[in-house]
Design a protein around this ligand. Sequence first.
Ligand SMILES: Cc1cc2nc3c(=O)[nH]c(=O)nc-3n(C[C@H](O)[C@H](O)[C@H](O)COP(=O)(O)OP(=O)(O)OC[C@H]3O[C@@H](n4cnc5c(N)ncnc54)[C@H](O)[C@@H]3O)c2cc1C
Length: 319
Amino acid sequence: MSGSVPPVLVVGAGVSGLTCAVSMQEAGYLTRIVTSARPAQTTSMMAAAVWTIPGTNPRSRSFEWALASRSVFEQLTRDPASGVSPLVQRELETTQPFRPLGWEGRFPWIRTLEANEVPPGYSGGWRIEGFLIDPTFYLPWLQARFERGGGTIEVGQLGSLDEARGQVVVNCSGLGARELCADQDLVPVRGQIVAVRAEGIREGISYEGNPERIRYVYPRRNEVILGGTREAGNDSPLPDPRTTERILRDCQTLVPELEKAVLVESRVGIRPGRPAVRLERDRLADGRLLIHNYGHGGQGFLLSWGCADEVVRLIQAAD
Ligand SMILES: Cc1cc2nc3c(=O)[nH]c(=O)nc-3n(C[C@H](O)[C@H](O)[C@H](O)COP(=O)(O)OP(=O)(O)OC[C@H]3O[C@@H](n4cnc5c(N)ncnc54)[C@H](O)[C@@H]3O)c2cc1C
């Protein structure tokens, strides 16, 4: 790395901003973050945050980003402080007849379920060896890694990306890009989850086929996360008690061990929904390099390291 690499300013301290900041810093760039919300107040902190089947096919960029992230999460399972742990889960389907994805045989971490692994009411599904990324440990861990490397986080709201003080600016502002980039393709997608205490649940299980009745159960170290909702166009930050009841009922039907679960709290996060992630090079009004990395919808953790690698490559290519 030459001594003349430009200082980088990352906008945003959710999983996208923190991961990009760490990656830029470790690639040799002097990197700072400016963010309107601290990591604990971001959408990222509210996520269920599992690595599971990427919602795209193996030939797409997103799939490549997800695989790149997978290798990093695999390494991070060796560091308990990171909050990343292996998670085996069954992802269920109701489509009749059940249709395999067609590419399961190419990867050792996914296979279709045997009939005796499919609960009543579902037509089939997949067994996935993925990862659970507990954001309550993971975001502070990423922040500490960045700060140990000399990075700083400034809290402040930008009115425009042109105000950002860096020779290179990386825009990881999530839903904030609606205003910062006047991006009409971004929509809030509300997600409500319920944290409970429950014994004896070791594996995850999920059904996301019907956006009205999403259900998932993911056992974390200190709590079990039950989900969920995917409400496009809704950005209400307050938990709805009727939704909490519905989630508890649906998840108890799926996992009877939850009948003795003790409610901890309900949480809401607003996903930055977009038809596709925006990861591309751009220019600020004065000609400085700007890289956009936002619009990850329900997959911000899944894609985080792969996207950050690509941000680094785009900046290096412009050096
Ligand atoms: C219930 C739920 C479950 C989920 N489950 C999963 C899952 O299992 N797996 C998965 O991969 N993903 C999951 N997600 C999605 C994931 O949480 C998001 O994709 C991810 O958090 C997006 O991260 P981000 O860093 O891009 O945005 P955010 O976390 O929203 O961060 C945006 C940052 O930009 C800053 N910002 C915005 N505007 C400005 C401005 N004008 N000036 C300065 N700073 C600004 C904000 O303060 C914030 O720091 C889930 C989400 C929810 C809500």
